[in-house]
Design a binder for this molecule. Structure first.
Ligand SMILES: [Zn+2]
Length: 241
């Protein structure tokens, strides 16, 4: 399936670090913001307060606590915030979205395409426009999410789907795992020049994201798996790495 992606202008994306290695991504236009996967409310609230930003929307990629844990608290301060997420039993009100839906946050005049990517969890979705992919725990810098619920085949299919997005799309993952993932990737492809240069380029770099799909296609062993069998073998080796 090919997805037609909306183009959003005049937005900027900022990481909010939370827990040990999570990124809560903030999409900002003027003083209005949309927050992706707020697992923790406190770093979000303090930033919004400090900068005087208005929270207008929340995007949820999947059900794990480190992605939704802050939502109940954020609603207390921003009761009108629009929340979009996958089918699940959440204890807050939200707009249920599914594959190929186009969501629009009117206050910012921005839209995202929803793509279902089961594998890490069965409910997992990602949000994309022409230049930005908020991929939660499906795709990581040089890696992919662990399979908590889905099958190898589901995750492999989900990653193949994301591989077909524009190469220049920027990848905003929910965790800072890139450097560890590169170490694993080098055990799979020790002569991959792009991988070696990616490692060098990131030496001393604190925030390695966003990457680009183009970069991932050249270095990510899971996107580069030749077939399902190789994907499965790599995923198992990574779990034991
Ligand atoms: Zn997760």
């Amino acid at each position: 399936m090919q997805f037609s992606l909306p183009k959003n202008t005049n937005i900027s994306i900022h990481p909010i670090k939370s827990f040990t290695d999570n990124y809560i991504w903030m999409i900002k236009k003027n003083r209005d913001v949309v927050i992706v996967d707020p697992g923790d409310s406190s770093p979000v609230l303090s930033l919004l307060k400090k900068e005087g930003f208005n929270l207008k929307g929340i995007l949820i990629t999947h059900k794990h606590a480190d992605h939704i844990g802050g939502i109940e608290d954020l609603i207390k301060f921003y009761p009108d915030v629009k929340i979009y997420g996958p089918k699940n039993e959440f204890n807050f009100t939200y707009d249920l979205v599914s594959n190929n839906d186009l969501i629009t946050i009117n206050e910012l005049g921005i839209s995202f395409r929803v793509i279902e990517t089961p594998g890490h969890t069965l409910d997992h979705i990602v949000f994309a426009d022409k230049n930005h992919l908020f991929c939660g725990d499906t795709l990581f810098g040089c890696g992919c999410g662990k399979l908590f619920e889905g099958t190898f085949s589901q995750m492999h299919t989900s990653l193949k789907l994301l591989s077909k997005l524009p190469g220049s799309i920027k990848i905003f993952c929910a965790h800072e795992y890139t450097k560890k993932n590169i170490e694993f990737a080098l055990t799979e492809e020790k002569n991959n020049k792009d991988l070696i240069s990616r490692k060098k380029r990131l030496t001393g770099v604190d925030i390695t994201l966003p990457s680009t799909l183009y970069d991932e296609l050249k270095t990510n062993p899971f996107l580069r798996s030749k077939n399902l069998t190789q994907f499965k073998e790599r995923r198992i080796r990574k779990d034991n790495f």
